[in-house]
Design a protein around this ligand. Sequence first.
Ligand code: 13P
Length: 253
Amino acid sequence: MIRIPLVAGNWKMNGTGDEALSLIDAILPELQEVQDVECVVCPPFTVLYIVSQRLSGSGIHTGAQNMFWEESGAYTGEVSPLMLKQMCKFVILGHSERRAIFGETDDTVNKRVLSALYHGLVPIICVGETLDEREGGMTDEVVQCQVRLALKDVDLKYSDEIIIAYEPVWAIGTGRSATAEGANAVIEGSIRTILKQELGNSISEATRILYGGSVKPDNAREFFIQSEIDGALVGGASLKAQDFVEIIRAARN
Ligand code: 13P
């Protein structure tokens, strides 16, 4: 089963208008020749439109970092799938920072996933265990539960539109990445297994699963050569043009 590698940059809460455009202008020429990796840039909502305009026709996609599940209405401060689909193809959902800081639950992540799929957005669903959960030997249980609940009631007709990102919480922004073999084992043993149970064998085999957590140019290749890792969700290093470009180059088969 050939799965096209995907590398997405999650800018988190970084990037004013000027900063966003200079970053895009620095990466764009470097990525012109990269054909065989799907590249996604996920800036904050405030610059999503200008970034999507700048990237238009380049082959590099944009993604949002979150969304609400309703289409419109009295939801102050929220952004809807109808608004996003005008300017991006992907949306990160259930990031551990949303779960830990903003109180998102498996249930609200599931509502977002169902809404994103219904509206034609591709969700990048984040799952991962905390350090306590890992040390308590609960990694598989936690990750499987997050995947199962995020996908509850998903219509199989949308199943080729789902991306999972395995991001161990203890590896995010800490400089302490999982070992490539360890991440591959969780993805193979937990995530593909639960995908198989929930969505069937062929969908499990076709679904792209990314690793995220302190991915840098000097460790990216180790992750990408693993059989079950199909790319990366990159935080800090996606804010440095050269680092992001090197990670994308490392993902080429
Ligand atoms: P870092 O690459 O900064 O560890 O962040 C990972 C992440 O949270 C991507 O969503």
